[in-house]
Design a protein around this ligand. Sequence first.
Ligand code: AMP
Length: 547
Amino acid sequence: MLGQMQSQPLLISNLIVHAERHHGSTEIVSRRVEGDIHRSNWATVARRSRQVANALDALGLAFGDRVATLAWNGYRHLELYFGVSGTGRVLHTLNPRLHPEQLVWIANHAEDKALCFDMSFLPLVKAVWSKCSTVKHWIALCEADALPADHGIPGLVSYEAWIAGQKDSYVWPEFDENSASSMCYTSGTTGNPKAALYSHRSTLLHAYGAALPDALGCSARDAILPVVPMFHVNAWGLPYSGAAVGCKLVFPGPALDGKSVYELIEAEKVTMAAGVPTVWQMLLGHLQQNGLKFSTLKRTVIGGSACPPAMIKAFNDQYGVEVLHAWGMTEMSPLGTVCHLKNAQLDLSPAEQMAVRLKQGRAVFGVDMKIVDEAGQELPWDGKTYGDLLVRGPWIIASYFKGEGGDPLRYDEQGRGWFPTGDVAVIDADGFMQITDRSKDVIKSGGEWISSIDVENIAMAHPAVAMAACIGMKHPKWDERPIVVVVKKPGAEVTRAELLQFYEGKTAKWQIPDDVVFVEAIPLGATGKMQKMTLRQQLKDYVLPGL
Ligand code: AMP
């Protein structure tokens, strides 16, 4: 017997229709690439996304065609989120921090038909347009008069001119909710980048899940600042959850330094912000140097790489801001776990609570997870046993775009497919997961594993350390031994011996790194994560002390 409820596909257009009807006057504020502050609202975003839809139809793009963006977080990018996907075309967010060659490869692989870019990327587009063989339409996200006459890109139009002539009425089409809505490439460690191809259904379920109180906890009373870029896993889905709950959204544009982010948080009364640890490092540095406090910020979601305990403590103890440590990945739309205490844990001492909050957290409903050994056998949730972390759920990929890399899933006895995350983790009896490492970064010393994250976290707790990366170095007896590569805070001093001393009593003796290497900078990838592969390459001639 079938249920007798209305059958409506879960479509991204539903989100913008809802946001306009129920939260039309709620503000969308953006710092533009020009540096000024632009004010819009959900009704205006909805109206202009309908103009985008009409403009795409006028270009003759087919259902499922890819429309790429090369843009910072801002209102025009938001309009494209709804305008492109709402018509059944696929929004392809390109990461402008990639090498131009890689961008060209990705645009060609995705077979992008149109590409919309922020004016700050005009030099980049000038350098690559002739190699993007499938892109027929170039759209600069600016006013008509901001286009220089000598841009040299055939058919380039300004976004404002492109949509200006279009009607602002549009009937969003209804189609299969499993249709592709957007895509994001993830750079694997080997081979070419592969794309996660999200569907309308996966995006809407993720929008519901992410908004839950024990996930990101979004509401109409929030002003949310996604510092995490809209080109990286759809800014963790915040534009969609934001439309679902009708919150104010505040976009930082390209200004991600501590001062700019702080000023935006204060001026726009931001209640929640989300980003990777490196961004918060800059923000905390700015606050500390200038003796500032937050007046409205209540919580900040930190994920993308392990959040150092020192950062969680600084936000909590010095600024009264709750850190929600979150874990996920491009292949997971991206949300997997968020760390919120359970009821019984509210009676724990502050130190015990902090120990829980350092973990990556509990699975959001919609995500199931398990840890397994090398034979694929499930391991116990005892907080000690570590294994490969596998996940399944309706917003986790079943395969990569164009089937690249074959079938990525591992199947259990019931034939259910689990996605191997490439992370090594422990899970405790309350279901709190803690990432020990990326499987490729874990250090194997004398048959035991050393978590590079643990080694980094201790260094990061030292007041003179701005950034720390732990990598394994070949050792004839132990197989590998850890070293820690450190960037000092400006003006701060610490010696090798002092830092090694700092480890004493904080971890087992054999887990203390063999050496400290001070560097000016640690290479960061296109999404702000430390690039250990590049770091290993830079240190290829390094020899461990005593060898
Ligand atoms: P990406 O798909 O580029 O977002 O990278 C996903 C990977 O980032 C995960 O598989 C983890 O290795 C890492 N990651 C994300 N969030 C966290 C976190 N909170 N703690 C530790 N690692 C994380």
